[in-house]
Design a protein around this ligand. Structure first.
Ligand code: ZN
Length: 312
């Protein structure tokens, strides 16, 4: 009798736990205050500036694992790559994309993450550059949106290129957090030439501080802490005046900004450093998009949004 009651009780607990887990996948858009969104300064078109992308690899998973409220039936393609800004003063990468050893690099991530997605390598950043006759020595720098494995993998083949990373991000990457494991391994093998964004160019739209990278308004770095302590976003305005904002992993999906909605609980637990800060950023980005509909907000991994950017 006691045994039967115990089994019944255990089953009830299990059902309750499963229900609680299922709830974390239910769509719950974040509340947005009813105030007009922030407007960004007029876009400055600089001749010779373009934004393109090296599509390094893809991971296939489910939309439900990528944004809270996403469908379990819909496939979600996680694009991994490097964004390329060609500027009269040089070529700048935003994130390093995929390295030649990316499959080994994937091994530095938690087992659950590897279990939920399958990696297909398309082209390492270094090879995509070489195919266009660009050598590592031709690059002016790499701005890291943050230090997670799928943003730094390509650094392994681009050792001589100066890297821009915030002090907060560097401290995080060098801490014992699992998210910085690959960065630490790469840095232990050989140090990088590191630079800090200066954030002395004043406010930019809703962001309190910024760094106007070339001093001409074409590339503007802004702090975007949350996903990791030192994450940044990067505005890029091309020669036609079209402006994009690369938001790293603040959201993995466009829906994260459109609805707005955070990642599901399990994903947040695995990858987000400060869930509350991410929610604040998502609401801000949502308002920014409402007030600036022509702005292309680019989550680093939403392959559907990447379609809007030319292949390097
Ligand atoms: Zn990340």
């Amino acid at each position: 009798m006691l045994r039967r009651v115990t089994i019944k009780f255990a089953s009830l607990i299990l059902v309750a736990l499963l229900a609680a887990l299922a709830w974390t996948f239910v769509k719950r858009p974040l509340p947005v205050p009813e105030v007009a969104g922030p407007v960004v300064p007029d876009a400055i078109a600089v001749e010779g500036v373009s934004l393109s992308m090296i599509r390094g690899a893809e991971m296939t998973s489910r939309e439900a694992f990528s944004v809270r409220g996403g469908s379990l039936l819909k496939q979600f393609i996680t694009g991994i790559g490097a964004f390329v800004v060609e500027h009269p003063r040089g070529i700048l990468l935003i994130d390093a994309g995929v390295g030649r050893d990316v499959t080994a690099h994937l091994g530095t991530t938690p087992l659950l993450m590897r279990a939920l997605a399958e990696l297909t390598v398309r082209q390492p950043t270094i090879d995509a550059l070489s195919a266009r006759g660009v050598e590592a020595s031709d690059l002016g720098g790499i701005v890291l949106t943050h230090s997670h494995w799928d943003h730094v993998s390509g650094l392994a083949d681009l050792r001589s290129v100066p890297v821009w990373i915030t002090p907060e991000e560097l401290a995080y990457a060098r801490s014992d957090d699992e998210g910085g494991k690959l960065y630490r391994e790469l840095e232990a093998a050989a140090p990088f030439e590191l630079h800090e964004p200066s954030f002395t160019s004043g406010p930019y739209g809703p962001f309190d501080e910024s760094q106007d990278f070339y001093g001409d308004g074409s590339v503007v770095i802004v702090p975007m802490p949350g996903h990791t302590p030192g994450s940044v976003g990067v505005f890029v305005t091309d020669a036609s005046g079209k402006r994009a904002l690369i938001i790293g992993d603040t959201s993995w999906t466009k829906e994260g900004v459109d609805w707005p909605a955070e990642k599901p609980w399990l994903a947040r637990r695995m990858v987000d450093s400060d869930a509350k800060a991410v929610r604040d950023q998502l609401v801000l980005l949502h308002q920014l998009q409402q007030a600036n509909p022509e702005l292309l907000i680019i989550p680093a991994h939403d392959a559907r949004v990447h379609e809007a950017i030319a292949e390097f």
